[in-house]
Design a protein around this ligand. Structure first.
Ligand SMILES: C[S@@+](CC[C@H](N)C(=O)[O-])C[C@H]1O[C@@H](n2cnc3c(N)ncnc32)[C@H](O)[C@@H]1O
Length: 273
């Protein structure tokens, strides 16, 4: 969104190639002006970063350096940090539980570093993977090599799924709905591509029903979004899923160990009727 009259959205911004691996750095370099970038680098991280208004070449240069470091953090550091943060026994148990009933053609939105790969049941014919963080899939190489279930990377953005309507049997998301910038749009897309009778299998963190915890979640979310790739602590996951027209067939709520603001979970299955 233009701001301050300095926007210079180039063709690259409007070109889907801007989402191609490696295009992000070039993309950022095309911008010298005050604007909200229409094509995020890693959505939810660089999206919404307001670049400085250049009054001369020096400022424009600083802008490039600043966005390069944001890109390095988002593209290199964050996927590794997330891979480590979401490892361990408690997470593995939840992954196993949420993946247990998957079968047929499965779409995983927010594939990340492939932490769910070891838990795909043999009944899964193929996984179609979506994630804007290409560095994450590099971390998945060993898990993919060991997996009997084939995985195809089909896109970068859960908000725009490159799939036919009613074309997948199940969708899997784990700790991803907190991060997708327009989560309602992503859930509408998930609803669109699911076949009738198919289901979204999810484990996500989000808004606590405890008012005192929810207040902290509201307070901390701006900071969390900045340091954790656009992650919101305060999204009402069950309501968002239901609002998308999916029927909650199973829902478990609980806190994981650690600070409550970060640990209120929604685990379950929501069916397209
Ligand atoms: C906290 S990580 C979870 C990764 C993985 N699902 C797991 O359980 O380890 C959130 C993931 O959502 C991805 N993501 C962010 N925006 C997205 C979008 N618009 N569409 C799909 N995935 C997105 C991030 O790149 C990241 O891999």
């Amino acid at each position: 969104m233009p701001a301050g009259g300095g926007s210079q959205l180039t063709d690259r911004c409007l070109n889907s190639n801007a989402f191609a691996p490696g295009a992000n750095r070039d993309h950022r370099r095309t911008h010298v002006g005050t604007h909200r970038c229409a094509v995020p680098s890693v959505r939810g991280v660089t999206a919404g970063v307001v670049l400085a208004q250049p009054s001369n070449g020096r400022v424009a240069h600083r802008t490039t350096v600043q966005t390069e470091s944001v890109g390095f953090y988002a593209e290199r550091v964050l996927p590794r940090a997330v891979d480590i943060a979401l490892s361990g026994k408690a997470f593995a148990q939840l992954r196993e539980r949420v993946a247990a009933d998957l079968e047929g053609e499965v779409l995983e939105v927010g594939f990340g570093s492939g932490r769910n790969v070891p838990f795909y049941p043999l009944e899964v014919a193929r996984v179609l993977a979506i994630d804007p963080a290409v560095a994450g899939r590099k971390l998945a190489v060993r898990r993919l090599a060991a997996s009997p279930v084939p995985v195809d990377f089909v896109g970068l953005d859960g908000e725009q799924l490159p799939l036919e309507g009613a074309s997948v049997d199940h969708v899997l998301t784990t700790w991803t709905l907190c991060t997708i910038p327009d989560v309602r749009r992503a859930l509408a897309e998930i609803h669109r591509v699911l076949r009738p009778g198919g289901a979204l299998h999810f484990v996500e963190h989000g808004l606590s029903p405890e008012a005192s915890v929810a207040r902290w979640q509201d307070r901390l979310t701006p900071l969390q979004r900045r340091v954790a790739g656009g992650c919101h602590l305060n999204r009402p996951i069950d309501t968002l899923i239901a609002d998308a027209g999916l029927e909650l067939a199973r829902l478990n709520n609980f806190y994981m160990r650690g600070p409550k603001a970060f640990g209120f979970m929604f685990e379950g299955v929501a069916t397209k009727v």
